[in-house]
Design a protein. Structure first.
Length: 141
């Protein structure tokens, strides 16, 4: 049984990671997923949240993903994220401001002008970013 699997994480903006990992945890739409080498095949949608993996060297890394798709093969995992941000690049103040904008949009506009689905997705992503920032212990800049 192989002790690693190849992981590719890409977003519309850039490729964030390509390498061998020993484990992966992803925010699946129906719940969090733990993926190990030789995992059974699956394709799932991702919700906004933390994507964590451990490299072959033992380095633990976190990325924020705001939705996307993950394909799992026994020795290869591909994450196609709508948006992905490295943990060290997360901006707590921007996340709080995005959350406030989405809440204001839901509470103060003419209902016929709103795209509730898009605003709710923005709100969910901002909340997930704030939660991840708190979990990794990053402070406000």
């Amino acid at each position: 049984m192989a002790s690693t699997m190849h992981l590719d994480v890409v977003s519309a903006e850039s490729a964030l990671f390509s390498g061998d990992v020993t484990e992966l945890f992803a925010p699946g739409e129906m719940g969090d997923l733990g993926i190990m080498p030789q995992h059974t095949q699956l394709i799932t949608t991702l919700k906004a949240g933390e994507l964590r993996y451990q490299t072959e060297e033992g380095e633990n890394t976190s990325l924020f993903v705001a939705g996307g798709i993950m394909e799992v093969q026994p020795s290869v995992v591909t994450v196609l994220a709508d948006t992905a941000i490295r943990a060290e690049d997360l901006d707590a103040e921007a996340a709080v401001a995005a959350k406030q904008r989405a809440e204001d949009a839901l509470n103060g506009k003419d209902p016929e002008d709103l795209d509730y689905e898009a605003i709710q997705a923005e709100l969910d992503a901002a909340k997930a970013q704030i939660e991840m920032i708190h979990r990794i212990g990053k402070t406000l800049r």
